[in-house]
Design a protein around this ligand. Structure first.
Ligand SMILES: Nc1nc2c(c(=O)[nH]1)N[C@H]1C(S)=C(S)[C@@H](COP(=O)(O)OP(=O)(O)OC[C@H]3O[C@@H](n4cnc5c(N)ncnc54)[C@H](O)[C@@H]3O)O[C@H]1N2
Ligand code: MOO
Length: 392
């Protein structure tokens, strides 16, 4: 299979999958999801007239005698009430506790009167009563379709009576990191390498709209890679993202594993540098597999070039944007592939970062974006396609 160009690979990764179906999720899982369909209030908000203050529900003018619990108030009656309490029938206002005093009348019976701290005209009709539907009427739209749900939206949905929300599908992603030489902590011995991916991939996949449901490490054997690629019934994934083992050496088993599983390779390599061994496959159970090369910068470039459009499409999002930058340095012709170069913006011009060999991370850490440099290179000031880093 011939290498795809960078443009073809991106377009294919977006065109191949169908968007995942929308589905209901419990409120606790709705954060960051995209609402499908307007959300209406399932009850008026508030759904009963309630007191906004601690004090007394009153009817008519002072002085007030105390009504019996559960009875309709008539003019001249009051009953104690707390904030949020149900306003009894017949009540016209709430008198704040600071504004009233309970005294005994001539017969020694308790009466409520206005106290010295009461304000002139208090209590006005309806004062300190939160009326039914003050915030929203029954069936009023609370949240518009297409909204990315934040914690306040989710709280609003709960106050509106919802227990779950209908949201667009979101791709579940399992990460599989290969390499016997990879260690997850400490200073590696010569021949071993510190893992670049477990601190990076979960965050970037999340920024790209995926949800990481697992991270597994595989050894450099076919059995180990096959076992890691297997479906996890407890945490089903829509997409597998693997690192390393894309090559053809005796230690690289990804392509053999995909063949053994009966998978179809849609992208076998991409005419780009770094990241040319990147692959995109589909397994017979419908899961997509993005194989990122083991070199750290190559893997990130591959992730942003192939996994980003794939995850966007699965999550019903538009194709990730590209934009244009003026090139800040002449870049020599380079026979062969498109180069993807981390750049920094200096006085509005995009200049390639230092430390951007495919095994490095330093240039990317300092970068403002990645520019797409065609094989013929670029002149100073020439306009180049570029794309953003998801964390910028
Ligand atoms: N004869 C050829 N050799 C290579 C070619 C080629 O075309 N012909 N392509 C090179 C390119 S380009 C890349 S990229 C790599 C792709 O290698 P793999 O995807 O098979 O990855 P590995 O061999 O497993 O590892 C490559 C490199 O990356 C390091 N690595 C792996 N995992 C991690 C990790 N979690 N954290 C940090 N570094 C990692 C690994 O130690 C190797 O140094 O192949 C070239 N070779
Ligand atoms: O993908 Mo490799 O250099 O192109 O690192």
């Amino acid at each position: 299979m011939l290498p795809h160009t960078w443009d073809e690979a991106r377009a294919l990764a977006y065109a191949l999958p169908e968007a995942l179906p929308a589905h209901p999720v419990p409120l606790a899982e709705a954060m960051g999801r995209i609402l499908l369909g307007d959300l209406q209030a399932l009850n008026p908000m508030p759904h009963y007239a309630s007191s906004a203050m601690d004090g007394w529900a009153v009817a008519g003018s002072p002085p007030w005698i105390f009504a019996q619990e559960g009875r309709r108030l008539v003019a001249g009656q009051a009953i104690p009430i707390v904030t949020g309490g149900l306003i009894p029938a017949g009540a016209k206002a709430v008198l704040r506790s600071e504004s009233g005093q309970v005294k005994n009348d001539d017969d020694g019976l308790p009466v409520l009167v206005l106290g010295p701290e009461s304000r002139p005209g208090e209590p006005k009709n309806g004062q300190h009563i939160r009326p039914v539907a003050q915030e929203a009427a029954l069936a009023e739209v609370l949240i518009k379709s297409g909204t990315t749900l934040n914690p306040a939206h989710i709280s609003l949905a709960a106050l509106g009576g919802s227990d779950e929300l209908h949201v667009l599908g979101k791709p579940m992603v399992k990460l599989v990191l290969t390499g016997d030489e990879v260690i997850a902590s400490g200073i590696p011995e010569p021949g071993a390498v510190r893992d670049a991916f477990s601190p990076l991939l979960p965050a970037v996949v999340t920024l790209l709209g995926g949800q990481v449901v697992g991270l597994e490490r595989a050894n450099d054997t076919l059995e180990s890679v096959l076992a890691a690629l297997e479906e996890s019934p407890d945490n089903p994934a829509d997409v597998l993202i693997t690192t390393g083992a894309t090559g053809n050496s005796s230690a690289d088993f990804l392509r053999r594993a995909i063949a053994a599983m009966g998978g179809t390779i849609h992208i076998n390599s991409i005419a780009m540098r770094p990241g040319h061994p990147t692959l995109l496959a589909e397994l017979p159970d419908g899961r997509f597999l993005v194989g990122l090369p083991g070199n750290p910068l190559a893997a990130v470039v591959a992730l942003l070039s192939v996994a980003a459009p794939l995850l966007a499409k699965l999550g019903s999002a538009p194709m990730p944007d590209t934009f244009e930058v003026p090139c800040g340095t002449p870049i020599k012709e380079f026979q062969g592939p498109t180069r993807l170069m981390p750049y920094r913006l200096v006085y509005g011009l995009a200049s390639p970062c230092a430390h951007t060999d495919s095994a490095m991370m330093r240039g990317l850490a300092a970068a403002d974006g990645i520019m797409v440099v065609p094989p013929h290179g670029a002149k100073m000031g020439e306009t180049l396609t570029a794309f953003a880093l998801p964390w910028k």
